[in-house]
Design a protein around this ligand. Structure first.
Ligand code: ADP
Ligand code: MG
Length: 633
């Protein structure tokens, strides 16, 4: 390798300079160790340097051993526009999880209107917007792909890294650490990851310069300067998000648990896409006249649509008529959406939890006795623990855990439920005498009467539910109709044989102790799974090489992988806080409220840019699914 360092800049400029290449490089962007996050990474930061020094530093380390990148730690001041590049983490080698840098700009330099600082929700909306600009520039200019993308010779001595990224948002506007405004409103910052480029084990200074001194500056200019952004679009984004929040806040005073605006587009482009269905094909939502309500938005306008009242609401109709699509839109009505999503003016009780059957999940010390008693072998259902729950026991546990985490609205779809937990008809009651299950249909009314917990349930085939419903909505060709009166007439004619329970039973109140001892930090790898790596004390004969894990795939209201990362990060904090003694789930979640950010748990004190806000309900759900958690019920 020696002797190749000199002149490398010119060589690589010729070979790789200019725009990026297509295709996916070898860049590993899933590496994420929450454990690194709490400590400020790397050596103490150097003094603040001027911008020219960045070029000099990169020149001086070009061709050196990879570790020479550590010289970049610290801050560089850019002028015109003025911002600070802060190099917070420098990866140890080209294959390690990527380096982290921030661009911090004084607020007055941005030119953004000061009213965007006025409330948390406006700040969140603005930060979400600038993150989206960055993500789209990065994509369109292929900055997210290293020079080696396209597969050409990624061998030992070929160039590695070079990819540059920001945590890209989906359809929801959420608090995120990719862009943040300081609490006093003095600065706004962008947080990027980059895998610093190398050839073999040596620094590619020229390419690093392209990333940090060219690409990054361009991103800052395009996204943080008000004069460069689409100002009307930004204003629409902020106003829309604020309207959505205000709409959600009006539900409770209006005695509603959900609202779906007329004109909303509910269906998605495909089962694999969260983007809206083409408005030319989709049938827009139109409320039945009986259920229509008008609500006032933050910008002074008003919106009309279907109000779902507290109590028990049935959504029924023929197969393929849009029932599940409506429920899915409602379950994501806990979040604000980007303008153009089609679901902007669908708002749901912010505590609502989608409940489903999740057989195979781990359950720890949950009181499922309202639904299930007398299991075979005399198992205690007041304190039910299993490594492998059945459909009905998992669903009972999901309901009880949701209530424990403060849920006031259950959202249920027959399609993803255990039928025997929803209902048991007269014939089955006659045939099976020692059935341990009391179905939800017998409990739903008591649940509302005793604990004011509402239920919205999608039912196509289980008519017993008609007799407990306060409102019945039928979907016909994607249009809702209010058919409560018809349903009541049917119930008169065919009364249900299921006896109603007057008492719901008790809500669970667990105390938990989260111990991560024996495990390495949670590693959030995917949206649907947090893996917990066992600490290999004796790697040779350690039988537990298999990863423990928390399966999040049953939690339908998680929408971004950044939310799973937040869960993993918070888990570690909880683990630290409760090492000595167990605390009730509620207190445990309270412990984290120091990092609560507008109803969303989000640790904002870390330098990571890829965390996304998550509700306490999802955090609790993840905790509850952790295998081997210690719980005193
Ligand atoms: P159900 O639960 O009643 O069986 P789904 O909600 O699964 O029906 O919807 C069936 C199909 O109809 C889905 O492919 C969905 O994308 C489509 N769909 C749902 N709502 C609409 C709508 N408003 N306009 C057009 N297509 C829709
Ligand atoms: Mg369905």
């Amino acid at each position: 390798m020696s002797g190749r360092g000199r002149g490398r800049g010119a060589y690589f400029r010729a070979k790789y300079g200019g725009g990026g290449s297509r295709g996916r490089g070898g860049f590993r962007d899933d590496g994420y160790a929450a454990s690194q996050s709490d400590q400020p990474s790397g050596p103490p930061t150097g003094a603040t340097r001027d911008w020219k020094q960045l070029t000099d530093d990169l020149k001086s380390i070009d061709g050196q051993q990879y570790g020479a990148y550590k010289r970049l730690y610290g801050k560089y001041e850019h002028t015109g526009p003025s911002f600070t590049l802060s190099v917070d983490h420098v990866q140890g080698d080209a294959f390690a999880s990527p380096s982290r840098v921030r661009a911090i700009m004084p607020w007055p330099q941005t030119g953004f209107p000061n009213d965007f600082l006025q409330s948390d929700i406006r700040r969140i909306a603005l930060c979400d917007f600038v993150t989206r600009i960055c993500a789209s520039v990065i994509r369109s200019k292929h900055m997210d792909q290293g020079p080696n993308a396209g597969g050409g010779g990624g061998g030992w001595s070929g160039p590695k890294g070079g990819a540059f990224n920001i945590n890209a948002p989906g359809q929801e506007v959420l608090p995120r650490t990719s862009a943040m405004i300081s609490s006093g409103g003095e600065t706004i910052e962008l947080r990027f990851t980059t895998s610093l480029p190398a050839a073999g084990r040596t620094v590619l200074g020229q390419q690093a310069w392209q990333i940090l001194a060219v690409n990054l500056v361009e991103l800052v200019q395009q996204s943080l300067l008000h004069s460069n952004v689409d100002q009307a679009k930004l204003r629409r984004h902020v106003v829309s998000v604020e309207n959505q929040s205000s709409l959600r806040a009006q539900l409770a005073p209006a005695n509603l648990i959900a609202f779906v605006a007329n004109g909303a587009i509910l269906p998605r482009a495909s089962g694999a896409s969260a983007a809206p269905m083409d408005p030319k094909t989709a049938i827009r939502f139109q409320s039945p006249p009986d259920l229509e309500v008008s609500l006032q938005l933050a910008d002074g306008s008003s919106v009309t649509g279907m109000g779902v009242r507290r109590g028990i609401t049935l959504m029924t109709g023929g197969g393929f008529h849009g029932k599940s699509t409506l429920l899915e839109a409602i379950q994501l009505g806990i979040y604000n959406h980007i303008p153009g999503d089609g679901r902007e003016l669908i708002a749901t009780d912010p505590t609502a939890v989608k409940i489903r059957a999740e057989d195979g999940r781990a359950v720890s010390s949950v009181d499922i006795s309202p639904f299930i008693r007398n299991l075979p072998g005399g198992r205690n259902t007041k304190n039910f623990t299993t490594d492998d729950a059945s459909g009905s026991t998992s669903m009972a546990a999901n309901i009880q855990e949701a209530l424990e985490a403060g849920c006031k609205t259950l959202l249920i779809d027959e399609d993803s439920s255990a039928t025997n937990l929803l209902v048991r008809d007269a014939r089955m009651q006659a045939l099976i005498r020692n059935e341990p299950i009391t179905p939800l249909v017998a409990k739903a009314r008591a649940l509302y009467a005793q604990y004011t917990v509402s239920t919205i349930i999608v039912i196509g085939g289980l008519g017993d539910w008609l007799s407990v419903a306060d409102q019945v909505i039928s979907m016909e060709g994607y249009s809702p109709h209010a058919i409560t009166a018809d349903a009541k007439a049917v119930v008169e004619q065919y009364p249900s044989a299921i006896p109603e329970d007057k008492e719901y039973g008790s809500l669970p109140m667990r105390s938990m102790q989260v111990s991560l001892s024996g495990l390495r930090s949670p590693f959030a790898m995917r949206k649907t799974f947090i893996s917990l790596k066992p600490q290999a004390r004796n790697p040779v004969d350690d039988p537990s090489e298999a990863e423990a894990g928390i399966d999040l795939s049953g939690i339908d209201q998680l929408v971004e992988v950044g939310q799973s990362r937040t869960v993993a990060t918070l888990l570690e904090r909880v683990a630290g806080k409760t090492a000595a003694n167990a605390s009730p789930l509620d207190a445990l979640l309270q412990t984290l409220s120091g990092s609560l950010n507008v109803d969303q748990c989000l640790p904002t004190t870390l330098a990571h840019g890829d965390l996304v806000g998550v509700r306490r309900q999802e955090l609790a759900a993840a905790l509850s699914r952790m295998r081997g958690i210690s719980i005193t019920a």
